[in-house]
Design a protein around this ligand. Sequence first.
Ligand code: PMP
Length: 420
Amino acid sequence: MTNFDTNIFESLESEVRSYSRGWPAVFESASGSWIRDENGRDYLDFFAGAGSLNYGHNNPVLKSALVDYIVGDGITHGLDMSTVAKRDLLETFQDKILKPRGLDYKVQFPGPTGTNTVEAALKLARKVTGRSSIINFTNAFHGMTLGALSVTGNSMKRAGAGIPLVHATPMPFDNYFDGVTEDFHWFSRVLDDSGSGLNRPAAVIVETVQGEGGVNVARPEWLRALADLCAERDILLIVDDVQMGCGRTGPFFSFEIAGITPDIVCLSKSIGGYGLPMALTLFKRELDVWGPGEHNGTFRGNNPSFVTSKVALEHYWSDDTLHKSTLAKGEKIHQAFTELANQFEGSVSTRGRGLVQGLVFEEPEHAGKVCKLAFDEGLLAETSGPSDEVVKLLPALTITDEELNHGLAILADATGKVCS
Ligand code: PMP
């Protein structure tokens, strides 16, 4: 057994490390929805690399494409040169994702992470409009670099890093007020009122479901009203689909449920498919005002990720099988969580969409206790929300019903122990 108190992680790795604290094991290998530690103990993974493994760990279809690519001495660096891997990905993305949805976006490779695509989106919005402030939402999460952090709603995440770099004005996310946000009257008034002190913003940035913020689900009609308001006032609408995109909520893009077309879309996490870093920024063709090299860098693409991304898009997005099974599995979790909410009425509630589902605890510390008990029983689940009061499930979309049942039984048991 590893002695976790006296190991190299504790002595050498910065105190900033986080997941290792909730899951005190040293992991070595993984397959599908299972991850194994160095002592050979298997854990069912309900977190899937923070949503970067929608197709599961070491997905065999993606793995064989990646192995072939490496064995064939494929390009591995990330400069934005034209490569066969990139061409194949762009063609597949156009055929499987953009064309069937009638989306005429251009594609930028902004860097390896979700934060990088958010930074590119904010920068582009400012460049296009010549305006600099941004509207974000309460409890939003968009990343950890100084620009993305400025539009992150939860001020705790600023970690003492000083005043926000980007001027951002938070507005209440859907359901912040009970019913009061039914119409967007107040929002329009604040925007149009020269006395409100709000500078005309370049863009609004929004998640359709706030993942880190505690699985807060925006209603389709709320998203439509937001899109209309932006369009009427010439404000760009950025949808950050880093966590909710790539099928997490059912459709490939989470905003499809609302029938809106954002001006700019941020994708990362599962777009590479295999857990390797990759991000995309998509924007309407007329917004492509970048000059060559204006947003340049070493890792602007990741050719091995392009290979797995292309295969994932072909394999999982040529029809609506994955979309439908995601909704069915999401419904299964929703039912299990609703039973818990009924059983522990007043202590537990639930919310979610597709395969992002939250179990919300009235007593915030209960969520952490449930995750700890679940870990002891061999299940990885994480908390989210401003007070870490939500157990957020982000399983691989390829998880089986049996695996779901197994994990849900562990969570029900843990919830019973904590709430009784
Ligand atoms: N946007 C959203 C909505 C996210 O959930 C995250 C990551 N949790 C990010 C941006 C930042 O992505 P990354 O951690 O890859 O930088």
